[in-house]
Design a protein around this ligand. Structure first.
Ligand code: CO
Length: 134
């Protein structure tokens, strides 16, 4: 059911430093920072030949990554995103398997303008997983 690894998201406490690290030190192609008010984050995408790294920085007082960053002062891997062809079919199959979908359970539009869902980390080996329809 799951396809390619679309991205690995890393939450950061200093976006400028994270961009400089990936662009200047690691020599990767890095996008502009984009505010995602619907998701409470600022995103920067690092383009790698086989996948992307999504740098996440909190936006607003109730950003969903604030608690994570309070616990992880140097930042850390926040979630993995796998591609699926049909997000509704994937969701229904996972719900049948007893997995929990975060939020309303309905797909939302993610940072790439595509449908996404997040699955409960306790159901996935302690890893927050995003599914994105491609
Ligand atoms: Co993501």
């Amino acid at each position: 059911m799951i396809g390619k690894l679309n991205h690995v998201a890393i939450a950061v406490n200093d976006l400028d430093a994270a961009v400089a690290l990936y662009r200047d030190t690691l020599g990767a192609k890095v996008s502009e920072a984009v505010d995602q008010p619907d998701h409470g984050v600022v995103t920067v995408f690092v383009e790698l030949p086989n996948t992307k790294i999504e740098l996440l920085y909190p936006l607003g007082d109730d950003s969903p990554i604030k608690g994570f960053l309070a616990k992880n002062k140097s930042g850390g891997i926040h979630h993995l995103c796998y591609e699926v062809e049909d997000i509704y079919a994937a969701r229904d199959k996972l719900l049948e398997a007893g997995m929990r979908i975060l939020g309303s359970g309905e797909p939302r539009i993610g940072a790439h303008g595509k449908r996404i869902l997040f699955l409960h980390p306790k159901d996935l080996l302690g890893t927050l997983v995003e599914l994105e329809e491609v």
